[in-house]
Write a protein that binds this ligand. Structure first.
Ligand SMILES: C[S@@+](CC[C@H](N)C(=O)[O-])C[C@H]1O[C@@H](n2cnc3c(N)ncnc32)[C@H](O)[C@@H]1O
Length: 296
């Protein structure tokens, strides 16, 4: 709700400007000001209706405008990721990971949109971790640590999550949240990526103790074109075992077509896959697919 006054102010100002322009501007400028007033009014109305359409949320529009930065630095560029950590620390009791998850969801729904797996798809991930009772989970892509929190709350005693994150800044934010939530003993963020010529894989094997056949669950949620190559790197390194489960987010939106085609072609041969038809995070307009694949 914090942005509502901004939109009410902006729309009132824009409508006022339109009325003023009716007396003073040329026809073209008049129509431009009217159009801006209509957009501002629409956005204000949408805020008042509880933001049902994601593309009309200012924080989503801002994210789409900063798409290039997002895909390069993996932060939107307006400080929303660091803001999420501040919000969790201010609003969730220290040592309570469930409260931290809730706080991030509230922030993403009501303050600024985040590219977490979100609550709806997060429930699919929860169920996999609960069912698999993994000793070792590997995550590719931490962002602000939301999915890491969800995984941490579902790990059995002694279970560990290793989360590989490309961005040092995102890893620092995720670490701050995980520490506040009191699950840092179960979660380790590794800065790097599996496509770096073997350095990150070697670190996982030598420093983190990921030996052959030791990874029970993998959550893939990083660069969409890296899904398949990175899965193949894990297979080549023999880190998975028969029965290991791989959960892949965003397979429909933004989409990981090569990964999906691979799982379809391997169905019943090396993998068996459940397709979960769901929605992209924090809204119900855009559809998404999560694949849950078990190594045979
Ligand atoms: C969609 S977000 C992850 C969301 C997180 N799993 C969650 O649900 O809370 C993608 C993250 O992957 C990271 N990333 C991008 N390419 C990567 C790569 N090749 N290896 C590891 N992390 C990567 C980005 O920096 C970003 O933080």
């Amino acid at each position: 709700m914090v942005r509502l006054p901004f939109f009410l102010f902006a729309s009132t100002a824009a409508i006022g400007a339109a009325l003023l322009a009716a007396w003073t501007l040329t026809a073209a400028a008049w129509w431009t000001v009217c159009l801006l007033a209509a957009i501002a009014g629409l956005l204000a109305l949408h805020e008042l209706m509880g933001r049902p359409i994601p593309f009309l949320r200012w924080s989503v529009i801002r994210m789409m405008l900063g798409r290039k930065t997002l895909l390069k630095d993996w932060q939107v560029g307006d400080g929303r990721e660091a803001g999420a950590a501040r919000y969790v620390i201010a609003n969730a009791a220290a040592g309570d990971p469930h409260a931290a998850i809730q706080a991030i969801d509230t922030y993403a729904y009501t303050r600024r949109f985040l590219i977490n797996v979100g609550d709806e798809k997060g429930a699919i991930l929860d169920a996999v971790v609960e069912r698999s009772r993994p000793r070792t989970v590997l995550e590719l892509g931490a962002y602000v640590g939301y999915s890491a929190l969800r995984i941490a709350t579902k790990l059995p005693p002694g279970g560990r999550l290793w989360s590989v994150e490309l961005s040092r800044d995102n890893a620092a934010i995720a670490r701050r949240i995980i520490e506040h939530a009191g699950v840092a003993d179960r979660v380790t963020f590794v800065i790097g990526h599996l496509g770096d010529g073997g350095a990150t894989l070697a670190h996982l094997q030598q420093a983190c103790g990921l030996v052959a056949g030791s990874v029970d669950v993998v959550f893939i949620d990083h660069a969409k074109d890296a899904y398949l190559p990175d899965l193949k790197r894990l297979l080549d390194a023999r880190l998975l075992h028969s029965g290991s489960v791989v959960v892949a987010d965003n397979v429909r939106f933004p989409g990981a077509p090569e990964y999906r085609a691979y799982m379809e072609s391997e169905e019943g041969k090396t993998w068996t896959t459940q397709v979960h038809e769901t929605h992209a995070e924090y809204q119900t307009l855009v559809k998404d697919v999560v694949l849950v694949s078990r190594l045979l």
